[in-house]
Design a protein around this ligand. Structure first.
Ligand SMILES: [Ca+2]
Length: 561
Protein backbone atom coordinates (compact mmCIF):
# COMPACT_ATOMS: atom_id res chain seq x y z
CA UNK A 1 0.00 0.00 0.00
CA UNK A 2 1.32 3.42 -0.92
CA UNK A 3 0.35 6.53 0.97
CA UNK A 4 1.07 10.02 -0.19
CA UNK A 5 0.89 12.74 2.42
CA UNK A 6 -0.25 16.22 1.55
CA UNK A 7 3.31 17.48 1.99
CA UNK A 8 4.60 15.41 -0.88
CA UNK A 9 2.02 16.75 -3.26
CA UNK A 10 2.03 20.17 -4.68
CA UNK A 11 0.10 21.91 -7.33
CA UNK A 12 2.70 22.92 -9.83
CA UNK A 13 0.95 24.94 -12.46
CA UNK A 14 -2.33 26.02 -13.85
CA UNK A 15 -3.04 26.65 -17.47
CA UNK A 16 -5.99 28.41 -19.01
CA UNK A 17 -9.02 26.22 -19.48
CA UNK A 18 -7.90 22.91 -18.12
CA UNK A 19 -6.09 22.98 -14.84
CA UNK A 20 -2.72 21.42 -15.25
CA UNK A 21 -1.45 19.56 -12.26
CA UNK A 22 1.95 18.10 -11.69
CA UNK A 23 3.21 16.08 -8.78
CA UNK A 24 6.49 16.77 -7.08
CA UNK A 25 9.40 14.60 -8.00
CA UNK A 26 9.42 13.34 -4.42
CA UNK A 27 6.66 10.91 -5.26
CA UNK A 28 8.69 8.65 -7.46
CA UNK A 29 11.97 10.13 -8.50
CA UNK A 30 13.40 8.31 -11.44
CA UNK A 31 16.95 8.93 -12.56
CA UNK A 32 17.44 10.30 -16.03
CA UNK A 33 19.02 7.47 -17.94
CA UNK A 34 18.70 8.44 -21.53
CA UNK A 35 20.49 10.72 -23.92
CA UNK A 36 22.27 12.76 -21.28
CA UNK A 37 24.98 13.99 -23.62
CA UNK A 38 22.63 14.74 -26.45
CA UNK A 39 20.25 16.45 -24.08
CA UNK A 40 22.79 19.08 -23.08
CA UNK A 41 23.35 20.14 -26.65
CA UNK A 42 19.67 20.01 -27.42
CA UNK A 43 18.72 22.17 -24.46
CA UNK A 44 21.15 24.79 -25.68
CA UNK A 45 19.31 24.82 -28.97
CA UNK A 46 15.81 24.87 -27.51
CA UNK A 47 14.39 28.35 -27.38
CA UNK A 48 16.67 29.67 -30.07
CA UNK A 49 15.44 31.46 -33.14
CA UNK A 50 14.66 29.44 -36.26
CA UNK A 51 17.50 28.86 -38.70
CA UNK A 52 15.20 29.36 -41.68
CA UNK A 53 12.47 31.86 -42.42
CA UNK A 54 8.93 30.64 -42.96
CA UNK A 55 9.27 31.60 -46.65
CA UNK A 56 12.38 29.49 -47.05
CA UNK A 57 10.88 26.40 -45.44
CA UNK A 58 8.28 26.41 -48.24
CA UNK A 59 11.09 25.63 -50.67
CA UNK A 60 12.19 22.47 -48.86
CA UNK A 61 12.11 19.44 -51.13
CA UNK A 62 10.33 16.44 -49.64
CA UNK A 63 10.09 13.04 -51.33
CA UNK A 64 6.54 12.14 -52.45
CA UNK A 65 5.20 15.33 -50.93
CA UNK A 66 4.73 19.01 -51.67
CA UNK A 67 4.38 21.98 -49.38
CA UNK A 68 1.24 23.85 -50.38
CA UNK A 69 1.68 26.82 -48.07
CA UNK A 70 3.93 28.21 -45.37
CA UNK A 71 2.71 31.34 -43.66
CA UNK A 72 4.16 33.27 -40.74
CA UNK A 73 1.22 33.81 -38.37
CA UNK A 74 1.39 36.61 -35.80
CA UNK A 75 0.50 35.90 -32.19
CA UNK A 76 -3.23 36.23 -31.65
CA UNK A 77 -6.60 34.55 -31.43
CA UNK A 78 -7.29 31.48 -33.58
CA UNK A 79 -10.65 29.85 -34.26
CA UNK A 80 -10.26 26.46 -35.95
CA UNK A 81 -12.32 26.03 -39.13
CA UNK A 82 -15.55 24.24 -38.37
CA UNK A 83 -15.56 25.29 -34.71
CA UNK A 84 -18.96 25.41 -33.05
CA UNK A 85 -20.78 28.73 -33.28
CA UNK A 86 -19.80 30.89 -30.34
CA UNK A 87 -16.67 28.87 -29.61
CA UNK A 88 -14.04 31.02 -27.96
CA UNK A 89 -10.91 31.56 -30.04
CA UNK A 90 -7.63 30.30 -28.63
CA UNK A 91 -4.68 32.65 -28.19
CA UNK A 92 -1.75 31.24 -30.10
CA UNK A 93 1.88 32.34 -30.14
CA UNK A 94 3.52 33.44 -33.38
CA UNK A 95 4.23 30.46 -35.58
CA UNK A 96 5.05 29.28 -39.07
CA UNK A 97 1.97 27.44 -40.32
CA UNK A 98 2.89 24.86 -42.94
CA UNK A 99 0.46 22.82 -45.01
CA UNK A 100 1.59 19.91 -47.15
CA UNK A 101 0.11 17.13 -49.25
CA UNK A 102 1.74 13.71 -49.06
CA UNK A 103 1.45 11.01 -51.71
CA UNK A 104 3.27 7.84 -50.63
CA UNK A 105 1.11 5.92 -53.16
CA UNK A 106 -0.39 6.98 -56.49
CA UNK A 107 -3.86 7.04 -54.88
CA UNK A 108 -2.76 8.90 -51.72
CA UNK A 109 -3.88 12.43 -50.94
CA UNK A 110 -2.79 12.99 -47.36
CA UNK A 111 -3.12 16.49 -45.95
CA UNK A 112 -0.92 17.50 -43.04
CA UNK A 113 -0.18 20.67 -41.14
CA UNK A 114 2.87 21.52 -39.09
CA UNK A 115 2.95 24.53 -36.79
CA UNK A 116 6.41 25.75 -35.75
CA UNK A 117 6.81 28.33 -32.98
CA UNK A 118 8.69 31.41 -34.19
CA UNK A 119 9.92 32.07 -30.66
CA UNK A 120 10.66 29.93 -27.62
CA UNK A 121 10.51 26.55 -29.32
CA UNK A 122 10.73 23.99 -26.51
CA UNK A 123 12.98 21.80 -28.64
CA UNK A 124 10.33 19.09 -28.99
CA UNK A 125 7.94 17.64 -31.57
CA UNK A 126 4.38 16.47 -30.96
CA UNK A 127 1.79 14.92 -33.21
CA UNK A 128 -1.89 14.82 -32.27
CA UNK A 129 -4.50 12.23 -33.24
CA UNK A 130 -7.93 12.06 -34.78
CA UNK A 131 -11.34 10.56 -34.01
CA UNK A 132 -13.59 8.00 -35.71
CA UNK A 133 -12.89 7.55 -39.41
CA UNK A 134 -10.99 10.88 -39.22
CA UNK A 135 -11.15 12.83 -42.46
CA UNK A 136 -10.28 16.26 -41.07
CA UNK A 137 -7.14 17.96 -39.85
CA UNK A 138 -7.13 17.94 -36.01
CA UNK A 139 -6.44 21.68 -35.77
CA UNK A 140 -8.21 22.24 -32.41
CA UNK A 141 -5.98 19.62 -30.76
CA UNK A 142 -2.87 21.28 -32.20
CA UNK A 143 -3.41 24.51 -30.29
CA UNK A 144 -2.39 23.32 -26.80
CA UNK A 145 0.95 21.79 -27.82
CA UNK A 146 1.81 24.96 -29.77
CA UNK A 147 0.99 27.05 -26.70
CA UNK A 148 3.45 24.89 -24.77
CA UNK A 149 6.19 25.59 -27.29
CA UNK A 150 5.97 22.40 -29.32
CA UNK A 151 6.45 21.96 -33.02
CA UNK A 152 3.12 20.24 -33.59
CA UNK A 153 1.74 18.22 -36.50
CA UNK A 154 -1.55 16.64 -37.51
CA UNK A 155 -3.02 14.85 -40.54
CA UNK A 156 -6.44 14.20 -42.04
CA UNK A 157 -5.27 10.57 -42.56
CA UNK A 158 -5.74 10.83 -46.31
CA UNK A 159 -9.41 11.42 -46.98
CA UNK A 160 -12.19 13.90 -46.23
CA UNK A 161 -15.33 13.27 -44.21
CA UNK A 162 -16.17 11.04 -41.28
CA UNK A 163 -17.43 7.95 -43.11
CA UNK A 164 -15.55 4.79 -44.05
CA UNK A 165 -17.11 4.75 -47.52
CA UNK A 166 -14.07 6.59 -48.88
CA UNK A 167 -12.21 3.28 -48.90
CA UNK A 168 -14.43 1.42 -51.39
CA UNK A 169 -12.15 0.80 -54.38
CA UNK A 170 -9.29 2.66 -52.68
CA UNK A 171 -7.16 0.14 -50.78
CA UNK A 172 -4.20 2.54 -50.68
CA UNK A 173 -6.37 5.17 -48.97
CA UNK A 174 -7.41 2.56 -46.40
CA UNK A 175 -3.72 1.87 -45.75
CA UNK A 176 -3.17 5.60 -45.32
CA UNK A 177 -5.97 5.71 -42.73
CA UNK A 178 -4.81 2.52 -41.01
CA UNK A 179 -1.26 3.71 -40.36
CA UNK A 180 0.66 5.26 -43.27
CA UNK A 181 -0.66 8.83 -43.01
CA UNK A 182 0.47 9.16 -39.40
CA UNK A 183 3.89 7.65 -40.03
CA UNK A 184 4.48 9.77 -43.14
CA UNK A 185 3.40 12.90 -41.27
CA UNK A 186 5.86 12.08 -38.48
CA UNK A 187 8.72 11.61 -40.94
CA UNK A 188 7.95 14.75 -42.92
CA UNK A 189 7.09 16.75 -39.81
CA UNK A 190 10.38 15.90 -38.12
CA UNK A 191 12.34 16.64 -41.31
CA UNK A 192 10.77 20.09 -41.67
CA UNK A 193 11.17 20.81 -37.95
CA UNK A 194 14.85 19.88 -38.15
CA UNK A 195 15.41 22.05 -41.24
CA UNK A 196 13.57 24.99 -39.69
CA UNK A 197 15.45 25.09 -36.40
CA UNK A 198 18.75 23.69 -37.63
CA UNK A 199 18.63 20.65 -35.36
CA UNK A 200 16.53 17.65 -34.53
CA UNK A 201 13.81 17.74 -31.87
CA UNK A 202 15.17 16.30 -28.63
CA UNK A 203 11.92 14.45 -27.86
CA UNK A 204 8.95 13.40 -29.97
CA UNK A 205 5.52 12.67 -28.55
CA UNK A 206 2.11 11.44 -29.64
CA UNK A 207 -1.14 12.63 -28.04
CA UNK A 208 -4.42 11.04 -29.13
CA UNK A 209 -7.67 9.56 -27.87
CA UNK A 210 -10.24 7.20 -29.41
CA UNK A 211 -9.01 6.67 -32.99
CA UNK A 212 -6.10 8.76 -31.78
CA UNK A 213 -5.40 6.19 -29.06
CA UNK A 214 -5.41 3.47 -31.70
CA UNK A 215 -3.09 5.54 -33.91
CA UNK A 216 -0.65 5.95 -31.02
CA UNK A 217 -0.58 2.23 -30.25
CA UNK A 218 -0.18 1.42 -33.96
CA UNK A 219 2.87 3.70 -34.03
CA UNK A 220 4.34 1.92 -31.00
CA UNK A 221 3.72 -1.47 -32.62
CA UNK A 222 4.72 -0.73 -36.23
CA UNK A 223 7.09 2.26 -36.07
CA UNK A 224 8.74 2.13 -32.65
CA UNK A 225 11.34 4.72 -33.71
CA UNK A 226 8.79 7.47 -34.34
CA UNK A 227 8.03 8.56 -30.77
CA UNK A 228 9.72 8.70 -27.37
CA UNK A 229 6.38 8.84 -25.62
CA UNK A 230 2.76 8.15 -26.47
CA UNK A 231 -0.47 9.24 -24.81
CA UNK A 232 -3.09 6.68 -25.84
CA UNK A 233 -6.56 7.57 -24.53
CA UNK A 234 -9.57 5.23 -24.86
CA UNK A 235 -8.00 3.47 -27.83
CA UNK A 236 -10.20 2.05 -30.59
CA UNK A 237 -7.31 -0.37 -31.15
CA UNK A 238 -9.38 -3.55 -31.36
CA UNK A 239 -11.23 -1.88 -34.21
CA UNK A 240 -13.20 -4.69 -35.86
CA UNK A 241 -14.43 -6.20 -32.61
CA UNK A 242 -15.30 -2.80 -31.17
CA UNK A 243 -17.44 -2.09 -34.20
CA UNK A 244 -19.15 -5.47 -33.78
CA UNK A 245 -19.97 -4.67 -30.14
CA UNK A 246 -21.27 -1.22 -31.09
CA UNK A 247 -23.49 -2.73 -33.79
CA UNK A 248 -24.85 -5.40 -31.44
CA UNK A 249 -25.86 -2.66 -28.97
CA UNK A 250 -27.18 -0.50 -31.80
CA UNK A 251 -29.28 -3.30 -33.32
CA UNK A 252 -30.63 -4.28 -29.89
CA UNK A 253 -31.91 -0.77 -29.20
CA UNK A 254 -32.96 0.08 -32.77
CA UNK A 255 -34.55 -3.06 -34.22
CA UNK A 256 -34.94 -2.73 -37.98
CA UNK A 257 -37.96 -0.62 -38.85
CA UNK A 258 -38.81 0.18 -35.21
CA UNK A 259 -38.22 3.14 -32.94
CA UNK A 260 -35.60 3.08 -30.20
CA UNK A 261 -36.40 0.90 -27.19
CA UNK A 262 -34.31 2.96 -24.76
CA UNK A 263 -34.16 6.75 -24.79
CA UNK A 264 -32.88 9.54 -22.60
CA UNK A 265 -35.35 8.93 -19.78
CA UNK A 266 -34.50 5.21 -19.60
CA UNK A 267 -30.77 5.99 -19.58
CA UNK A 268 -31.42 8.20 -16.54
CA UNK A 269 -33.48 5.47 -14.79
CA UNK A 270 -30.66 2.97 -15.39
CA UNK A 271 -27.98 5.35 -14.16
CA UNK A 272 -29.97 6.12 -11.02
CA UNK A 273 -30.39 2.39 -10.40
CA UNK A 274 -26.65 1.78 -10.81
CA UNK A 275 -25.79 4.60 -8.40
CA UNK A 276 -28.38 3.43 -5.86
CA UNK A 277 -26.79 -0.01 -5.86
CA UNK A 278 -23.09 0.76 -6.25
CA UNK A 279 -22.13 4.43 -5.61
CA UNK A 280 -21.66 4.19 -1.85
CA UNK A 281 -19.88 0.81 -2.01
CA UNK A 282 -16.55 2.55 -2.62
CA UNK A 283 -16.96 4.46 0.64
CA UNK A 284 -17.97 7.76 -0.94
CA UNK A 285 -21.47 8.66 -2.09
CA UNK A 286 -20.39 11.10 -4.77
CA UNK A 287 -22.41 10.05 -7.82
CA UNK A 288 -19.47 8.04 -9.15
CA UNK A 289 -18.72 4.34 -9.15
CA UNK A 290 -14.99 4.06 -8.49
CA UNK A 291 -14.63 0.57 -9.91
CA UNK A 292 -17.60 -0.70 -11.92
CA UNK A 293 -16.04 -4.17 -12.02
CA UNK A 294 -17.37 -4.51 -8.47
CA UNK A 295 -20.90 -3.47 -9.49
CA UNK A 296 -23.01 -6.50 -10.41
CA UNK A 297 -25.95 -4.42 -11.60
CA UNK A 298 -28.78 -5.98 -13.64
CA UNK A 299 -31.34 -3.83 -15.44
CA UNK A 300 -33.91 -6.55 -14.77
CA UNK A 301 -33.87 -5.32 -11.15
CA UNK A 302 -35.64 -2.17 -12.38
CA UNK A 303 -38.61 -3.82 -14.12
CA UNK A 304 -41.80 -2.10 -12.97
CA UNK A 305 -43.66 -3.71 -10.10
CA UNK A 306 -47.09 -2.85 -8.73
CA UNK A 307 -46.98 0.51 -6.98
CA UNK A 308 -43.87 1.84 -8.78
CA UNK A 309 -44.13 5.51 -9.68
CA UNK A 310 -44.46 6.29 -13.38
CA UNK A 311 -41.11 7.10 -14.95
CA UNK A 312 -39.12 5.31 -12.27
CA UNK A 313 -38.89 1.82 -13.76
CA UNK A 314 -38.50 -0.14 -17.00
CA UNK A 315 -40.62 -2.48 -19.08
CA UNK A 316 -39.34 -6.04 -19.38
CA UNK A 317 -38.34 -5.30 -23.00
CA UNK A 318 -36.40 -2.18 -22.01
CA UNK A 319 -34.58 -4.05 -19.24
CA UNK A 320 -33.69 -6.90 -21.61
CA UNK A 321 -32.19 -4.48 -24.14
CA UNK A 322 -30.22 -2.68 -21.43
CA UNK A 323 -28.84 -5.95 -20.10
CA UNK A 324 -27.79 -6.86 -23.63
CA UNK A 325 -25.87 -3.56 -23.88
CA UNK A 326 -24.14 -4.27 -20.56
CA UNK A 327 -23.30 -7.81 -21.64
CA UNK A 328 -20.04 -8.84 -23.31
CA UNK A 329 -20.34 -9.95 -26.93
CA UNK A 330 -19.23 -13.52 -27.56
CA UNK A 331 -19.21 -15.85 -30.53
CA UNK A 332 -21.14 -19.13 -30.44
CA UNK A 333 -17.76 -20.76 -29.78
CA UNK A 334 -17.50 -18.75 -26.57
CA UNK A 335 -14.64 -16.59 -27.85
CA UNK A 336 -14.87 -13.04 -26.53
CA UNK A 337 -15.59 -10.48 -29.22
CA UNK A 338 -15.63 -7.47 -26.92
CA UNK A 339 -16.51 -6.47 -23.36
CA UNK A 340 -19.86 -4.80 -22.71
CA UNK A 341 -20.67 -1.37 -21.36
CA UNK A 342 -19.70 -0.68 -17.76
CA UNK A 343 -22.40 0.14 -15.20
CA UNK A 344 -22.40 3.92 -14.80
CA UNK A 345 -21.90 4.72 -18.49
CA UNK A 346 -25.64 4.92 -19.30
CA UNK A 347 -26.22 8.66 -19.49
CA UNK A 348 -24.47 8.97 -22.85
CA UNK A 349 -25.33 5.61 -24.40
CA UNK A 350 -27.38 7.46 -26.99
CA UNK A 351 -24.18 8.29 -28.89
CA UNK A 352 -24.06 4.70 -30.20
CA UNK A 353 -27.47 3.13 -29.62
CA UNK A 354 -29.92 5.90 -30.57
CA UNK A 355 -28.97 6.30 -34.23
CA UNK A 356 -27.52 4.15 -36.98
CA UNK A 357 -23.91 3.42 -36.04
CA UNK A 358 -22.26 4.32 -39.34
CA UNK A 359 -18.72 3.72 -38.09
CA UNK A 360 -19.48 0.06 -37.51
CA UNK A 361 -21.77 -0.38 -40.51
CA UNK A 362 -19.08 1.03 -42.81
CA UNK A 363 -16.45 -1.30 -41.30
CA UNK A 364 -18.38 -4.46 -42.05
CA UNK A 365 -19.60 -3.15 -45.43
CA UNK A 366 -15.94 -2.69 -46.41
CA UNK A 367 -15.10 -6.15 -45.08
CA UNK A 368 -17.83 -7.66 -47.25
CA UNK A 369 -16.96 -5.29 -50.11
CA UNK A 370 -20.67 -4.47 -50.45
CA UNK A 371 -21.77 -0.86 -50.22
CA UNK A 372 -25.34 -1.94 -49.47
CA UNK A 373 -24.44 -4.47 -46.75
CA UNK A 374 -27.27 -4.56 -44.20
CA UNK A 375 -25.75 -4.20 -40.75
CA UNK A 376 -28.83 -5.83 -39.24
CA UNK A 377 -27.56 -9.11 -40.67
CA UNK A 378 -24.37 -9.02 -38.56
CA UNK A 379 -23.50 -12.51 -37.29
CA UNK A 380 -20.70 -12.09 -34.77
CA UNK A 381 -19.85 -15.79 -34.88
CA UNK A 382 -18.89 -15.58 -38.56
CA UNK A 383 -18.51 -11.97 -39.62
CA UNK A 384 -15.93 -10.83 -37.04
CA UNK A 385 -13.26 -13.34 -37.98
CA UNK A 386 -14.00 -12.84 -41.68
CA UNK A 387 -13.66 -9.06 -41.26
CA UNK A 388 -10.36 -9.46 -39.45
CA UNK A 389 -9.06 -11.43 -42.42
CA UNK A 390 -10.31 -8.76 -44.85
CA UNK A 391 -8.95 -5.34 -45.71
CA UNK A 392 -10.34 -3.83 -42.48
CA UNK A 393 -8.20 -6.25 -40.48
CA UNK A 394 -5.37 -3.76 -40.97
CA UNK A 395 -7.28 -1.25 -38.82
CA UNK A 396 -6.43 -3.21 -35.69
CA UNK A 397 -3.62 -2.15 -33.40
CA UNK A 398 -3.67 -5.14 -31.06
CA UNK A 399 -0.12 -6.51 -31.38
CA UNK A 400 1.20 -7.35 -27.93
CA UNK A 401 4.96 -7.29 -28.53
CA UNK A 402 6.01 -3.71 -27.73
CA UNK A 403 9.57 -4.65 -26.87
CA UNK A 404 11.24 -2.61 -29.65
CA UNK A 405 9.58 0.58 -28.34
CA UNK A 406 10.45 -0.32 -24.76
CA UNK A 407 14.06 -1.11 -25.65
CA UNK A 408 14.69 2.38 -26.95
CA UNK A 409 13.24 3.95 -23.81
CA UNK A 410 9.73 4.68 -25.09
CA UNK A 411 6.91 5.25 -22.61
CA UNK A 412 3.12 4.93 -22.94
CA UNK A 413 0.56 6.68 -20.77
CA UNK A 414 -2.87 5.12 -21.34
CA UNK A 415 -6.18 6.26 -19.92
CA UNK A 416 -9.82 5.26 -20.28
CA UNK A 417 -12.98 6.62 -18.63
CA UNK A 418 -15.19 4.16 -16.80
CA UNK A 419 -18.30 5.92 -18.20
CA UNK A 420 -17.18 5.73 -21.84
CA UNK A 421 -20.32 5.15 -23.96
CA UNK A 422 -18.41 4.55 -27.21
CA UNK A 423 -15.59 2.18 -26.30
CA UNK A 424 -16.22 -0.18 -23.38
CA UNK A 425 -13.49 0.44 -20.83
CA UNK A 426 -12.51 -3.15 -20.18
CA UNK A 427 -11.00 -3.46 -23.66
CA UNK A 428 -8.17 -1.28 -22.32
CA UNK A 429 -7.70 -3.68 -19.42
CA UNK A 430 -7.74 -6.69 -21.75
CA UNK A 431 -5.17 -5.11 -24.07
CA UNK A 432 -2.95 -4.03 -21.18
CA UNK A 433 -3.03 -7.52 -19.67
CA UNK A 434 -2.10 -9.03 -23.05
CA UNK A 435 0.98 -6.76 -23.09
CA UNK A 436 1.77 -7.73 -19.48
CA UNK A 437 1.67 -11.41 -20.46
CA UNK A 438 3.94 -10.80 -23.44
CA UNK A 439 6.35 -8.83 -21.27
CA UNK A 440 6.44 -11.65 -18.73
CA UNK A 441 5.07 -9.72 -15.77
CA UNK A 442 3.35 -6.60 -14.48
CA UNK A 443 6.60 -4.95 -13.36
CA UNK A 444 8.14 -5.37 -16.81
CA UNK A 445 5.07 -3.79 -18.41
CA UNK A 446 4.90 -0.96 -15.90
CA UNK A 447 8.51 -0.11 -16.72
CA UNK A 448 7.23 1.56 -19.87
CA UNK A 449 3.43 1.44 -19.98
CA UNK A 450 0.95 2.74 -17.39
CA UNK A 451 -2.83 2.65 -17.60
CA UNK A 452 -5.23 4.91 -15.71
CA UNK A 453 -8.91 4.03 -15.39
CA UNK A 454 -10.90 7.14 -14.57
CA UNK A 455 -14.20 7.02 -12.67
CA UNK A 456 -17.16 8.78 -14.32
CA UNK A 457 -15.11 9.99 -17.28
CA UNK A 458 -16.93 9.65 -20.59
CA UNK A 459 -15.36 9.20 -24.01
CA UNK A 460 -11.94 10.90 -23.76
CA UNK A 461 -13.17 13.65 -21.44
CA UNK A 462 -15.57 14.53 -18.69
CA UNK A 463 -15.68 14.43 -14.88
CA UNK A 464 -11.95 15.15 -14.48
CA UNK A 465 -9.33 17.31 -16.15
CA UNK A 466 -5.83 15.91 -16.59
CA UNK A 467 -2.52 17.18 -17.79
CA UNK A 468 -1.42 14.04 -19.62
CA UNK A 469 1.25 15.94 -21.58
CA UNK A 470 3.12 16.92 -18.41
CA UNK A 471 2.66 13.40 -17.01
CA UNK A 472 4.30 11.90 -20.10
CA UNK A 473 7.03 14.54 -20.33
CA UNK A 474 8.04 13.96 -16.72
CA UNK A 475 8.30 10.22 -17.27
CA UNK A 476 10.15 10.29 -20.59
CA UNK A 477 12.45 13.12 -19.60
CA UNK A 478 13.42 11.43 -16.37
CA UNK A 479 11.66 13.25 -13.55
CA UNK A 480 9.20 10.63 -12.37
CA UNK A 481 7.24 7.57 -13.42
CA UNK A 482 3.50 8.08 -12.98
CA UNK A 483 2.48 5.80 -10.13
CA UNK A 484 -0.28 8.32 -9.53
CA UNK A 485 -1.62 11.28 -11.42
CA UNK A 486 -3.68 14.08 -9.96
CA UNK A 487 -6.83 15.18 -11.72
CA UNK A 488 -8.91 18.29 -11.28
CA UNK A 489 -12.47 17.27 -10.43
CA UNK A 490 -14.86 19.10 -12.75
CA UNK A 491 -18.21 20.35 -11.55
CA UNK A 492 -21.31 18.92 -13.22
CA UNK A 493 -22.34 20.65 -16.47
CA UNK A 494 -23.99 23.99 -15.81
CA UNK A 495 -22.10 24.73 -12.61
CA UNK A 496 -19.32 27.26 -12.83
CA UNK A 497 -15.91 25.74 -12.15
CA UNK A 498 -14.02 26.82 -9.09
CA UNK A 499 -11.09 28.88 -10.36
CA UNK A 500 -8.10 28.71 -8.04
CA UNK A 501 -5.53 31.47 -8.48
CA UNK A 502 -2.27 30.60 -10.24
CA UNK A 503 0.06 28.75 -7.92
CA UNK A 504 -2.65 28.03 -5.38
CA UNK A 505 -2.10 25.02 -3.19
CA UNK A 506 -5.55 25.05 -1.58
CA UNK A 507 -8.06 23.04 -3.51
CA UNK A 508 -11.68 24.05 -3.92
CA UNK A 509 -13.43 21.98 -1.27
CA UNK A 510 -16.32 20.72 -3.37
CA UNK A 511 -14.50 20.16 -6.68
CA UNK A 512 -10.96 19.48 -5.69
CA UNK A 513 -8.21 17.21 -6.81
CA UNK A 514 -8.49 13.45 -7.05
CA UNK A 515 -5.75 10.87 -6.92
CA UNK A 516 -5.72 8.40 -9.80
CA UNK A 517 -3.65 5.25 -9.39
CA UNK A 518 -1.85 3.32 -12.13
CA UNK A 519 -3.57 0.01 -12.90
CA UNK A 520 -3.86 -2.48 -11.26
CA UNK A 521 -3.81 -0.24 -8.19
CA UNK A 522 -7.04 1.46 -7.26
CA UNK A 523 -7.66 4.55 -5.15
CA UNK A 524 -9.30 3.86 -1.81
CA UNK A 525 -10.82 6.54 0.39
CA UNK A 526 -9.17 6.86 3.76
CA UNK A 527 -10.79 10.07 4.98
CA UNK A 528 -12.21 13.45 4.10
CA UNK A 529 -14.66 14.15 1.30
CA UNK A 530 -12.46 12.69 -1.42
CA UNK A 531 -11.58 16.05 -2.93
CA UNK A 532 -7.99 16.27 -1.72
CA UNK A 533 -5.14 13.96 -2.68
CA UNK A 534 -4.53 13.13 0.98
CA UNK A 535 -8.01 11.59 1.16
CA UNK A 536 -6.93 8.65 -1.00
CA UNK A 537 -4.45 5.83 -0.92
CA UNK A 538 -3.39 3.65 -3.81
CA UNK A 539 -3.60 -0.03 -3.06
CA UNK A 540 -3.66 -3.25 -5.02
CA UNK A 541 -6.81 -3.72 -7.07
CA UNK A 542 -8.12 -6.70 -8.99
CA UNK A 543 -6.35 -7.85 -12.15
CA UNK A 544 -8.26 -8.14 -15.38
CA UNK A 545 -11.78 -7.39 -16.49
CA UNK A 546 -14.86 -8.95 -14.95
CA UNK A 547 -14.54 -12.67 -15.77
CA UNK A 548 -17.25 -12.75 -18.44
CA UNK A 549 -15.75 -9.62 -20.12
CA UNK A 550 -12.25 -11.11 -20.30
CA UNK A 551 -10.63 -13.34 -22.85
CA UNK A 552 -10.66 -16.88 -21.45
CA UNK A 553 -7.25 -16.52 -19.88
CA UNK A 554 -5.63 -13.47 -18.31
CA UNK A 555 -3.14 -12.14 -20.82
CA UNK A 556 -4.63 -13.97 -23.79
CA UNK A 557 -4.40 -11.91 -26.98
CA UNK A 558 -7.55 -9.81 -27.34
CA UNK A 559 -7.92 -10.74 -30.99
CA UNK A 560 -6.00 -12.72 -33.52
CA UNK A 561 -2.81 -10.80 -34.37
CA1 LIG B 1 -18.86 6.55 -5.13
Amino acid sequence: MTHYSAKTLKLALFTTGAVAVAVSAALAAQPATRRVGALTADIARAGQAPALSCDKIAQQALPQARITSAVAVKAGPFTPPGAAAGARPVDLPAHCRIAATLAPSSDSDIKMELWLPLEKWNGKFMMVGNGGWNGALPLPAMTEPLRRGYAVAGTDTGHEGGRGTFAFGHPEKLTDFAQRAVHETVVKGKALTTAFYGGQPRYSYWNGCSSGGKQGLKEVQAYPEDFDGVIAGAPANNWVRLQAQSLVANIANLPKGQSAVLGTSQFAILNKGVLAQCDARDGLKDGEVQDPRACDFKASSLVCKAGDAAGSCLTAEQAAVADKIYAPVRMASGELVYPGMAPGSEMTWGAVVSRRWDTGADTFALAANKQDWDYNTLDVSKDVLAAERSVVGTLRATATDLSAFKARGGKIVGYHGWADPLIPTENSINYYESVVAKQGGMAQAQDFYRLFLVPAMGHCSGAYSFDWISTLEQWVEGARAPDVVLAQHLPPPGQAPAAPPPGAVVFAPQFGTRTMCAYPNVARLQGGNGEQPVDWVCSAGPRGSRPDHSPAKLGAPISSP
